[in-house]
Design a protein around this ligand. Structure first.
Ligand code: BV8
Length: 333
């Protein structure tokens, strides 16, 4: 197939993609928020996307945590609660099944012949922090959480390397108890809006009047101002705050994760990268697609929004337009 010919959503493209898939030896899946939409987790930039409501800078940076750990903890505690109450969807399960099938074929009896013959390798690079791929029983050795997880915690102390995986406790501390998720997100939004108004007025040095909102008829509880001592603290050094072990903007990805991904790409000629439910705006995550294309590998995009021009320009391979929860099981069967 000449690389310029782009196939989108046609039966032929699906068959052609599947014929190519079975010939591939080394495959990568790069996932974004679109993969978890069917599990009820909002995207970041979609219509009611998180970063639509709030700016990353206010909540997903070390500076934001430094200046207002109470607000940032309430934001991540609410997302943790949301992810805890979510369930993996068929999109997560089809990737997990592929990881179990391809990576464990050495010691399994019931594998079909060609899987073993071709000794295939598959890794998933997820930008999602909701741990739903793990809960879908994806092979943990080949699932790389590029941006960390809502369920990993680490100490903020420079000299303390404490970290824990905590997938079940909610709330982590009584002060982070939240009555209603939407209300919690709404109140965080209100607080940031107010803060923005204040900062805008200061910048344009005009003083502002806040018409006092009498809270009782406003259906949301204002963001709590949780005292530092009531926030999650490190049980080891007993001094410093714990923080979500999430990669915030301006922070490096986990080095062990970068190394594993780099080694996989350097040691294997990657035949195919599945780009699933991501807007491709965050780096260095998107750099992996470029590296596969540079290696001569093909790209298959699964997204509700497919920009054909972009596809044509890159001459990537395939674009499957639609909900990845429906597309992936069919494409990877
Ligand atoms: C915004 C962007 C321009 N900024 C960056 O990329 C920055 C800066 C930067 C670095 N290099 C650059 C190069 C160029 C430009 C900018 C940069 N990168 C960083 O800061 C990175 C760190 C980036 C990681 C930030 N953390 C996240 N998450 C954790 C937090 C949290 O979650 O709160 S990023 C976060 O946003 C990203 C959201 O993107 P998507 O997942 O794609 O979601 P989005 O909503 O955008 O799109 C959803 C898509 O799904 C589709 N969809 C919707 N429904 C469905 C459906 N049903 N089915 C299929 N598809 C669907 C939609 O159409 C859409 O396409 C994810 O990565 C997510 O993890 N760190 C760093 O560079 O550090 C340096 C360094 C290096 C060494 C040492 C010290 C420092």
């Amino acid at each position: 197939m000449n690389s310029r010919k782009i196939q989108v959503n046609s039966v032929t493209s699906l068959r052609e993609f599947q014929q190519y898939l079975v010939q591939c030896n080394n495959i990568i899946a790069l996932c974004g928020a679109g993969l978890s939409v069917a599990s009820g987790i909002p995207t970041f930039r979609g219509s009611n996307g998180l970063w639509k409501e709030y700016s990353q800078i206010d909540l997903a940076t070390p500076e934001a945590f430094q200046s207002d750990p109470s607000l940032v903890w309430q934001f991540y505690s609410a997302r943790r609660y949301q992810a805890l109450n979510a369930k993996p969807n068929k999109g997560h399960f089809s990737l997990a099944e592929l990881s179990q099938r391809l990576n464990n074929n050495h010691n399994k009896k019931n594998i079909n012949l060609y899987d073993n013959l071709y000794n295939k390798k598959f890794i998933t690079l997820t930008q999602n922090v909701d741990a739903l791929s793990l809960r879908a029983n994806h092979d943990p050795n080949t699932l790389l959480q590029l941006h960390g997880s809502l369920f990993d915690l680490k100490c903020t102390g420079f000299l303390c390397n404490y970290h824990e995986e905590n997938r079940f406790t909610h709330p982590l501390v009584p002060a982070l108890e939240l009555s209603n998720l939407d209300k919690a997100f709404h109140s965080i939004n209100e607080k940031l809006k107010k803060r923005k108004i204040v900062s805008d007025s200061q910048n344009n040095n005009n003083d502002i009047e806040f018409e006092e909102v009498d809270d009782q008829n406003v259906q949301y509880d204002p963001v709590k101002d949780i005292k530092i001592e009531d926030l999650p603290h490190c049980p080891k050094c007993k001094k410093n705050l714990l923080r979500p072990s999430i990669v915030w903007f301006g922070e490096s990805l986990p080095l062990n994760v970068i190394d594993k991904a780099d080694n996989f790409i350097e040691e294997n000629k990657i035949d195919l990268i599945l780009v699933i439910g991501t807007s491709g705006t965050v780096w260095p995550a998107m750099g992996y697609v470029e590296r596969v294309i540079r290696q001569g590998g093909k790209v298959a995009i699964f997204n509700t929004e497919i920009d054909l021009e972009e596809l044509k320009k890159d001459g990537v391979g395939w674009g499957f337009k639609g909900d990845c929860e429906k597309l992936l099981p069919k494409a990877l069967e």
